[in-house]
Design a protein. Structure first.
Lengths: 383, 241
């Protein structure tokens, strides 16, 4: 766009009005911080709710119940579900959370039968600290998801107490599944013992289907099986279950997209205002540049470069700040034991910087065009 | 052949419903390497003529041929390129860029040339030496006196080695001492570097430095005064100024 030899000139023009530039950069940084945070939430929602053609996990929940404390299903359902055609695996699961409300720091305990869980999930979980074997042998042991471990600063051997359940970290694992990343798997019996002592009762069943194309068929078969039981079931794909159970929260998060757009508009207005003021201050200066032989086109490009630099400075600070904080804090917005990860990585960083750059270009276009059209002699007469 | 050739050069602009005509069918020939001063009352068209010759304004009608080229017909961008090659403009109020140092101000016209940074540095150093400001190269305009600022402006005007220098009351904002130094510098540029120099001035003593003084009134040339021996440089004139 402009030759490197002009860059010092652009930088000098920006640093000329230090206070104005700093305020603009601060405003852009704040707006981009908010935008990136909103985008991280939107991406989190998409990650946990958007189904792909390869989905094979169903969640069987108590019909017309929406929180782990009220969904109570007999564990013998598991055997019946396992007999249904198309079902590959069944994991009975009791879920206990430390907070029922929506929160950024929910600890979710999932009680499972260790041997069964290890057999079925070993391939999907990557143990990054400790071991599954140690967990199997430790009565109050917990296999903790990476996000939860980093957020709470857990290390193997640490103990933590949640909902009056004392746990010891046996291992930390990584998973592609966002829900797994933010939970701790504990022994089902130990969890039942430590909470309501309702042995034989679980919160839900996690069912693996042998063919993604049969998800709906299998879900219907499960619900038909228990339709006339005292505890009827509602079976959905895992992502549909999250979308349904955390529906209100997801709606709220989706609404924040308007906040994101507002942030972008604020960035555009801030950079545009700063550049317009700066160009208005320099009518005579641009006339001098033109007198020296600078073309209107070159002056326009120098002004757009100023917009890009201001946009990138502010956008860079805001985006890096948001990505850094979200990466460091490992936040998840959770409700009823379901997590929506608010995480930002390289993609969001590049997106944020790209948008900052684009906003700088757009904000600089009008003042650049105006400055490039000025008649030199009339500029000198006007000043 | 004249280096600058104006024929029936007219400039008009509108102020409300009134047509203002600062130049009216002016004819002028200037030979290469000459030093011309333009004098006349305010509104006589001196600065308008200077701006037209410098290519920063366009005539309403007539022809303006400089170095064999009709510059009135050039597009905006071609005219800008022509200015960078042909014209060095010296303003009354110096018009240095305040956020740039003396060195950076002088370097500005060279940014437009396809030359290396090293070559730019060499040329700026020569220009700074010529105006005797080598030791002030890193000073900002606010840190310089009026005379020094004007010398930086002159260095900026000559650094790209233009064929023509135009100066709009170059000493108008300077004290006597500084004005004398600037005029001697301009005369040196005209004589040693053979630059064609067109200067607008209100001051008859300053005009004496030129080879020829042209008087304008109501947009037309009234009379010419030829100074073959440059009385301004004689001992008598220097004492007076």
């Amino acid at each position: 766009m402009i030759a490197p030899k002009y860059i010092p000139l652009v930088i000098k023009q920006i640093t000329r009005h230090r206070t104005r530039t700093l305020l603009t950069v601060a405003g852009v940084a704040t707006a981009m911080f908010l935008f990136v945070a909103v985008q991280a939430m939107q991406q989190g929602v998409a990650k946990v709710t958007e189904e792909t053609a390869a989905e094979t996990t169903l969640v069987v929940y108590r019909k017309d119940r929406y929180c782990p404390f009220t969904s109570q299903l007999p564990d013998f359902y598991g055997r019946k579900i396992g007999d249904i055609e198309g079902v590959k695996e069944v994991i009975p699961m009791k879920i206990v959370v430390n907070v029922c409300r929506a929160s950024l720091d929910v600890v979710t305990l999932r009680g499972v039968v260790a041997e069964q869980f290890i057999d079925q999930q070993r391939a999907d979980l990557e143990v990054i600290e400790g071991s599954m074997d140690k967990w199997k042998k430790t009565y109050n042991g917990a296999m903790v998801g990476e996000t939860l471990a980093r957020r709470r600063g857990f290390k193997v051997g640490d103990t933590f107490k949640t909902s009056s359940v004392q746990n010891e970290v046996s291992g930390i694992f990584r998973s592609d599944e966002p829900q797994n990343q933010n939970v701790a798997y504990v022994h089902l019996k130990a969890l039942q013992q430590a909470t309501d002592k309702k042995f034989g009762i679980v919160t839900q069943f996690q069912v693996k289907v042998d063919d993604p194309a049969r998800m709906d068929e299998v879900a219907a078969a499960i619900d038909d099986e228990f339709a006339i039981e005292q505890e009827p079931t509602a079976t959905r794909s895992e992502k549909a279950f999250v979308a349904h159970a955390a529906g209100d929260l997801i709606e709220l998060i989706k609404f924040t997209r308007y906040l994101g757009w507002g942030c972008l508009f604020a960035v555009l207005a801030l950079v545009g205002n700063a550049i317009i003021l700066s160009v208005q201050d320099r009518v005579k200066e641009h006339a001098i540049f033109q007198t020296l032989g600078f073309t209107g086109n070159l002056i326009g490009r120098l002004i757009i470069a100023e917009g890009i630099l201001v946009g990138l400075l502010g956008g860079g600070v805001g985006t890096l700040g948001a990505v850094g904080i979200l990466y460091w804090k490992q936040l998840s917005l959770s409700v009823d034991g379901l997590s929506i990860p608010i995480s930002a990585g390289a993609t969001l960083l590049i997106t944020g910087l790209g948008i900052s750059l684009s906003m700088g270009v757009v904000a600089g276009l009008v003042p650049a065009w105006q400055a490039s059209r000025h008649e030199i002699a009339s500029c000198f007469r006007a000043v | 052949m004249a280096h600058i050739k104006c024929r029936k050069l007219t400039k008009e602009y509108y102020r409300g419903d009134n047509v203002i005509r600062p130049l009216d069918k002016l004819d002028l020939d200037v030979e290469e390497g000459k030093f011309i001063s333009l004098m006349g009352p305010s509104g006589s068209g001196k600065t308008t003529l200077l701006n037209l010759i410098a290519g920063i304004d366009r005539p309403t009608s007539g022809t303006l041929n400089i170095g064999g080229r009709d510059i009135a017909g050039l597009s905006r961008s071609k005219l800008a390129n022509w200015r960078s090659e042909y014209i060095g403009y010296i303003f009354q109020l110096y018009n240095l860029v305040p956020v740039l140092t003396a060195y950076e101000n002088i370097e500005l016209p060279l940014l437009l040339q396809p030359i290396s940074r090293k070559e730019r540095h060499k040329r700026v150093a020569v220009a700074l030496e010529l105006v005797d400001l080598t030791d002030r190269h890193d000073h900002y305009p606010r840190q310089l006196s009026g005379g020094q600022e004007q010398r930086v402006a002159i260095a900026r005007a000559i650094v790209a080695d233009p064929k023509i220098l135009v100066a709009d009351e170059p000493t108008g904002d300077l004290d006597k001492q500084a004005a004398l130094a600037i005029m001697e510098l301009l005369q040196q540029l005209n004589r040693e570097l053979k630059k064609t120099l067109i200067m607008v001035t209100h001051d008859p003593k300053t005009a004496l430095y030129a080879d020829l003084t042209l008087h304008l009134e109501k947009g037309q040339l009234m009379e010419a005064e030829l100074f073959e021996e440059h009385p301004a440089t004689s001992e008598e004139t220097q004492t007076k100024s």
